[in-house]
Design a protein around this ligand. Structure first.
Ligand SMILES: Cc1cc2nc3c(=O)[nH]c(=O)nc-3n(C[C@H](O)[C@H](O)[C@H](O)COP(=O)(O)OP(=O)(O)OC[C@H]3O[C@@H](n4cnc5c(N)ncnc54)[C@H](O)[C@@H]3O)c2cc1C
Length: 440
């Protein structure tokens, strides 16, 4: 096993969470994962398991031990008949969807970023968009984890429903998820259409937008009064043979243009309005046929951070109107679009979609921006509309607030204490989240 005992700098994807890790472990099998957890527990240390570090909140921050499953990846077994696979926790979604495609399979739904790992993604209830699809954890049919006493436990929804509902979305606080069993579907293709509309029209047709297509997502550019609607529908058409190359080339060119525009808008905020309009018009009125695994991810050309709240679907219209007023009043000229996505309700205790269908509003900000002045009033508005924060994105809520938002929050805290009485998997952020005091 590769063991390095030295102060090693680490940062998350947005580079907004930074720490110095004393020991970074890259186990290659389950026994090594057990050994790492046991060693930390016996030495009275804490350990944080890290995926690809895409979370914006300090879930993975530690000044002690990091455990990464980046060398513990791939599909371990396939049940062809039931279309189920057991996959190792460190597998990035891109590799997973490619490996599934080789077997004629695919994920039914996916988030818009395929660098995240499967265990990291389910641990924060990461999601794509589609009224009839839940967050990624809803595809999980079983998992295995290494617990704080070093034991390996298999958690199945049939035999331990409560434990399963807690463990699938557990922020790395109940143990290290080594394997996940996923229900897949036959591989499929999607026709993806983008069109431009106004906020007023989008608000007047929200329910239709949500229901009329397999997947719908909205990108709202407040300073251009433009909403780009992306609609995905299954198709038998094949992607043009040159599509991947053309797609990559176009994305590369657009990426450079977008980066340049961002830089201009950053330094000349009065240009935000025309630039937002220009960016919106570049992505409108497109139609393309893509393999599902190519349709979900969005390429990112600059670092940013974001906040997200999941609202009851009925609250979406009023929440967007309130946000519109606030953004104009604050005059914070952000040319990044705000995103609206739809997620079916689920039963995972720490999921923002617990027990209800959600409309999620995602608000980005430049990674290097002092974002409090922008995010704090937005979070207040979204909470007034009964929103629950995405725990992998920026938020500063602790146990007292979360208890009122997540109906099974106290049950999760109790289970966490039972699973990890000595707080081996805690860090200061998680201690605040669960209302625990860290004695060191
Ligand atoms: C560009 C970008 C786009 C994004 N798009 C979306 C999106 O479309 N939808 C969405 O919902 N979110 C999105 N996110 C948020 C983010 O991807 C999620 O928060 C996700 O959890 C990150 O996965 P990761 O593998 O990077 O995990 P990390 O950020 O490394 O870790 C996240 C949590 O999972 C835990 N964890 C990781 N591995 C394990 C394991 N093996 N066992 C137990 N716990 C583990 C960690 O301890 C931590 O608590 C996006 C983030 C970025 C940067």
């Amino acid at each position: 096993m590769h063991r390095r005992r030295q102060h090693q700098p680490w940062s998350n994807w947005s580079r907004t969470v930074r720490c110095e890790v004393v020991h970074h472990a890259h186990p290659v099998n389950v026994e090594q994962i057990q050994a790492e957890v046991l060693r930390a527990a016996e030495e009275g240390e804490r350990i944080r398991v890290v995926g690809s570090g895409a979370s914006f909140s300090p879930l993975c921050w530690t000044d002690e031990n990091h455990l990464s499953l980046e060398r513990f990846t791939g599909i371990e077994s396939v049940d062809v008949e039931r279309r189920r696979v057991w996959v190792r926790g460190g597998t990035p979604l891109r590799r997973l969807s490619e490996a599934l495609a080789e077997r004629g399979l695919a994920l039914e739904i996916a988030p818009d970023f395929d660098q995240m790992t499967i265990a990291g993604a389910i641990s924060t209830a990461s999601h794509g968009s589609g009224a009839t699809f839940g967050n990624l954890a809803t595809l999980v049919t079983g998992l295995r984890m290494v617990c704080s006493d070093g034991s390996v436990q298999q958690v199945s929804p049939a035999t331990e429903p409560e434990r399963f509902e807690a463990a699938c979305v557990s922020l790395g606080a109940l143990g290290v998820i080594t394997h996940v069993e996923l229900q897949c579907v036959d591989d499929y293709r999607l026709a993806v259409a983008s069109r431009r509309t106004t906020l007023g029209t989008a608000l007047a047709t929200l329910e239709q937008l949500r229901r009329d297509h397999r997947n719908t997502e909205l990108f709202w550019f407040p300073y251009a009064d433009a909403v780009i609607v992306r609609e995905f529908d299954p198709t038998r058409e094949l992607p043009p043979r040159l599509m991947p190359a053309r797609h990559a080339l176009r994305r590369g060119i657009e990426g450079r243009v977008f980066r340049a525009m961002s830089s201009v808008a950053r330094h000349a905020p009065r240009l935000t309005e025309p630039l937002a309009g220009l960016i919106a018009s570049r992505v409108a009125n497109r139609h393309e046929v893509l393999h599902a695994r190519e349709a979900y991810p969005i390429r990112r050309y600059s670092r940013f951070q974001q906040l997200e709240y999941a609202l009851p679907v009925d609250a979406l219209g009023d929440a967007l109107k309130s946000l519109n007023k606030l953004i104009k009043a604050l005059d914070l000229r952000i040319h990044f679009p705000l995103e609206v996505r739809f997620v079916r309700g689920d039963r995972f205790w720490l999921s923002p979609h617990y027990g209800r269908d959600s409309a999620c509003i995602t608000v980005p900000a430049y990674a290097d921006m002092a974002f409090d002045a922008y995010f704090a009033p937005i979070a207040d508005i979204l909470e007034r509309h009964d929103g629950r924060p995405h725990l992998g994105m920026v938020h500063d809520r602790g146990a007292d607030e979360l208890r009122g938002m997540f109906p099974r929050f106290d049950d999760f805290c109790r289970m966490r204490r039972d699973c990890d009485p000595n707080g081996v998997f805690l860090n200061p952020h998680l201690a605040g989240l669960f209302g625990e005091a860290l004695d060191r």
